[in-house]
Structure formats: C-alpha cells, structure tokens
Design a protein around this ligand. Sequence first.
Ligand SMILES: Nc1nc2c(ncn2[C@@H]2O[C@H](COP(=O)(O)OP(=O)(O)OP(=O)(O)O)[C@@H](O)[C@H]2O)c(=O)[nH]1
Ligand SMILES: [Mg+2]
Length: 301
Amino acid sequence: MTQTDPVKAPFHSGFISIVGRPNVGKSTLLNALVGEKVAIVSPKPQTTRNRIIGILNVPDAQLVFVDTPGIHKPRTKLGEFMDQSIQEATKGIDGLLVVLDAARITDADQRVVQDMRGMKVPKILVLNKIDLVHPQDLLKPMADFSQAGYDAILPVSAKTGDGVDILKQELLQRLPEGPAYFPVSMWTDQTERQFVAELIREQALFALQEEIPHGIGVEVLTMKDMSEEMVEIYANIFCERESHKRIIIGRQGAMLGVIGRKAREGMEKLLGKKVNLQLWVKVRPDWRNSAGDLKTLGYTE
Ligand SMILES: Nc1nc2c(ncn2[C@@H]2O[C@H](COP(=O)(O)OP(=O)(O)OP(=O)(O)O)[C@@H](O)[C@H]2O)c(=O)[nH]1
Ligand SMILES: [Mg+2]
C-alpha cells in the first residue's frame, strides 16, 4: 500500500523594500510589521543609515522587509553611502512600500511617489501617522494618489498598529512563490554588535540637539561575557568637534551618563543579561567624509 502526502500549500516569500523621505516612519513601520524592535527610531530625520532587514514568518510564507535611509540629497560620503543603500535596496525585490507622513505631504514626497512609479513590482503607497490626522483629511490624498500607478493606497499608523494587519494581508496576497530565504528563528540580519552600536546612537539622537547627532558614529570595541548573567561592552562615540565632545559628555559627565544608562537598558532587553557599558567620546573631524572611518563604523557594503 502506498501512502500519499497530503497536498502541501506552496510556500511564498519575497523581499519588500520600505522607502520614503526621512522621518516619515519607515523604521517604525518595519518594527510594527515584524513585531520586534529591528531598527532604531527617533524624532530626528536621517536616523537610519544603512539597509536593515526585518523578517516576518507566517505559516507558508516569509516576508523579508528592507528598511532604508530616508531619501535625501547626499552632502557627505556617509550621505552617498546612504543613497547607495537605497539604490541597492530597490534592486531584485518583490514588492515596494512607499511611505508618506499623512500629516505632512510635501513636494519632495510627491517626487518620491513619482520616481517610484516605474518600479515593476507590486507597489503599495502607505499613508502613515494616521493617528495624527482627521479621517476626513485622508480623503484628498487618497483621491490625489489614486491615479499614481500604485496597486493599493493604505492608511496606517505604525505607532498604534492601526492598518498594519491589512497591509500584511495586501502584501501576502501579492507575494510570489519562493523559498524561505532565512531560518524562521531569525528576525534580522544585524549582528548583536551592530545593534548595540545602534542603541547607543539612538539614545544620542534623543539626547542631543541640532547637528550634533548627525555627526555621531558608534564603534563597539569589545563585547565580553563576564559570566552567564553579565556582559561587558566598551564603545567609542565619534563626533566631529571638541565643542561637540564637551556637550556629549556634559557637565560632570551628566549627558554621557543619560545616553549610557538608556542605551544599557535597551541592551539588557536585547541580550537578556546585565550589561556593564563603558563609553568614550572621541573627536574625528570630518569622519563622515573619511573612507577609513566609514569602514570602521560599518558604513561600507
Ligand atoms: N504619531 C505617529 N508618529 C510616528 C508614526 N510612525 C513613526 N512616528 C514617529 O516619527 C518619527 C520618525 O520615525 P522613524 O521610524 O525613525 O522614521 P524613518 O522614516 O525611519 O526616519 P529616517 O530613518 O530618518 O529616514 C519618530 O518620532 C516616530 O515615533 C505614527 O504612525 N504615528
Ligand atoms: Mg529609519
């Protein structure tokens, strides 16, 4: 007697890039879609500096999201690297999310919508931050963009999660057949070390004002397990001027203390261990234009 396998549903998978202007909520949306903190988020534009992958596994499908830096005109080598990350992230993909801040749609956003029209993959226009707008005010942009060549226009709030499940469904419907590209236990391609550096930069973005956070880079020097419950992490914060260094350290180390304490809390959550974090501040004038420094900080392909 022969036994036949029950018919298995075909597996679907795909790479879906998330693009848009700085600060529209791409990384917040990535985290909401994946259900884990994959990318750091801050109120300052140009928070994300490189392509970040977040993986969502559901029965019979795997969605691989690619978060990107906000689209802007590069002014430094770091900016060029960020721009290149966006270009790379829109190649060989299976779907595209173009994100706008529904509370603030600018001419620059309109250009992004137009520029992405030509992409020959399923495209969804995401109107994010709907928790900040009256539902009535969504009607005009929905109507305006209805002829823009997108497969769907979806209002969401990445912050509250409103509309995120509908967005997932829309994506799943359009996903091609394909294999699981990553093990199902994985939710990002970032290493712990990269994420630790990002958590420090996130707190610097929150704590510091004006141009200082944009000139910050973080180098994790060591991550050493001291015991089952304790890890020791040493990191350098790069900044561009002596005056910035003084501000980052703060009076009697107060500012650095706040950045370190908050970053440590995030690390302890991530690693599930106590963290002894030691931070140093180093001046590296113009590191954003130095190929060597960019490499040290991981901003190279
Ligand atoms: N009210 C509200 N705020 C949001 C929402 N999504 C994101 N934000 C906020 O918008 C700011 C920017 O969010 P990010 O996710 O860092 O934006 P981004 O597009 O990744 O920004 P870059 O990496 O700089 O390009 C943060 O302060 C978020 O908390 C939302 O749905 N509603
Ligand atoms: Mg981001």
